[in-house]
Write a protein that binds this ligand. Structure first.
Ligand SMILES: Cc1ncc(COP(=O)(O)O)c(C=O)c1O
Length: 400
């Protein structure tokens, strides 16, 4: 595949896709959706071929995940891409990452216990914590000069509280796009180990990092704390396979493996892979490195394009440095500090559907998350509409 192939706009209508076909009810006809985190790019050809071949076999019964073919695809990928050696016995199947984290929280905590997250952060973390009657312990990221960092002093204070049982680490971080350095990861682990707290590390965006960045798997950086860490990975963001429901949960510790067998496998009966998910994952991990590299380059270019565009047309917007994920996180408070009004301007006036910053926590209020995994002309259309609405909107706001 060439980079220019990604310029082509594919019509996703009729596929029941949430991003384009299930827009919020107030979105006008013809609204451009750059919200839900999937790509508007077609899957790599080897994945499509593998799916066709599997469909030709015509029967889709129960499928075993614990095979050398499946686990070998996973271990090979992380060895080649990250130099991270995973023991196949430590890999467990889950249809998706968020339910896996929910099972662990349910099993490792009691109602009323605290689980730490770092807002603004992917909002389903909050839902799975509160949904089970647990408490959110927020360790807000620090936003300074258009960049985010962890507040380690606050992190330590909150981990020291006996009510905080563990934390969810988002690495790379959605929505702020941070790729954590080895030093930052070591500091998180040092603090968690000091207070005996576990870490659920969500590394679903690990393959999507910008040219000059490098993702560090936490288990590679801090193997000494492996018994207390669970890493959630998946080919679904990287290869646009979210609908096929296939994720890999890396659980090195025997006690946590027992938790998984009891909770996810015995209690909730999660263990057999879906045959199409497996076929797609094996093809992705074994044969699609080039495709992923090309997509990452295209996203690099999209992000550069957005930065230049915003500098020209919305000079008061602050686009946070995107190190990882394919998401742009932009601070629009200089145009509209009221998040309800900002949403109205985006959806109703601009006709763009984005993820409003405040859904990730109040720290995200006045920000917008823009999904840049789309053809450049779609991104350009979105930015153009935003600029039109905000330039016009800011006049209205100041005159009202
Ligand atoms: C950080 C993060 N974790 C998890 C998910 C969803 O994963 P899954 O569909 O496997 O539950 C997303 C999707 O956007 C995400 O950004």
């Amino acid at each position: 595949m060439k980079k220019s192939d990604l310029d082509r706009v594919y019509d996703r209508s009729g596929t029941q896709c949430i991003k384009w076909e299930h827009l919020p009810p107030d979105a006008p006809e013809g609204a451009l959706p750059l919200w839900v985190a999937d790509m508007d790019f077609p899957c790599a050809q080897p994945i499509l071929d593998a799916l066709h071949e599997r469909i030709e076999q015509k029967i889709f019964g129960y499928t075993e995940y614990d095979t050398p073919a499946c686990k070998g695809a996973v271990t090979g990928w992380f060895r080649r891409r990250f130099g991270w050696e995973i023991d196949p016995a430590h890999i467990f199947f889950s249809p998706a990452v968020i339910p896996a984290m929910a099972y662990f929280i349910d099993a490792l905590t009691a109602p009323g216990d605290g689980v730490l997250i770092q807002r603004p952060v992917y909002y389903p973390f909050t839902n799975i914590i509160l949904g089970g009657g647990r408490r959110v312990v927020n360790n807000p990221l620090r936003y300074r000069g258009g960049a985010y960092e962890m507040d380690f002093g606050d992190l330590e204070r909150k981990l020291a509280d006996p009510g905080t049982k563990g934390m969810i680490l988002c690495s790379p971080h959605n929505p702020v796009g941070r790729v954590w350095s080895e030093e930052e990861l070591r500091e998180v682990v040092r603090l968690c180990s000091r207070y005996g707290r576990w870490i659920l590390a969500d590394e679903i965006h690990c393959d999507l990092v910008r040219r000059e960045e490098r993702h560090h798997p936490i288990l590679k950086v801090c193997p000494e704390y492996a018994d207390h860490i669970v890493v959630c990975t998946a080919p679904t963001k990287s290869f646009n396979l979210a609908g096929l429901q296939v994720s890999n949960i890396i659980i090195p510790g025997a006690a946590f493996q027992e938790v998984w067998r009891r909770q996810a496998e015995a209690r909730f009966a999660i263990s057999t892979d879906n045959p199409l998910g497996f076929a797609a994952m094996a093809a992705a991990y074994n044969r699609c490195e080039d495709w992923l590299d090309t997509v990452n380059e295209y996203i690099d270019d999209n992000i550069r394009f957005a930065r230049e565009y915003l500098e020209k047309r919305l000079p008061k917007a602050v686009m946070v440095k995107a190190q990882g994920t394919y998401l742009i996180w932009v601070d629009l408070r200089a145009y509209c500090a009221d998040s309800k009004r900002l949403r109205e301007l985006m959806v109703r006036r601009a006709g763009v559907v984005l993820d409003e910053g405040d859904i990730f926590g109040k720290e995200g209020s006045g920000f917008e998350r823009i999904n840049a995994a789309c053809p450049r002309c779609v991104l350009a259309g979105c930015l153009e509409r935003m600029a039109g609405a905000l330039n016009e909107g800011s006049l209205l706001i100041s005159s009202s």
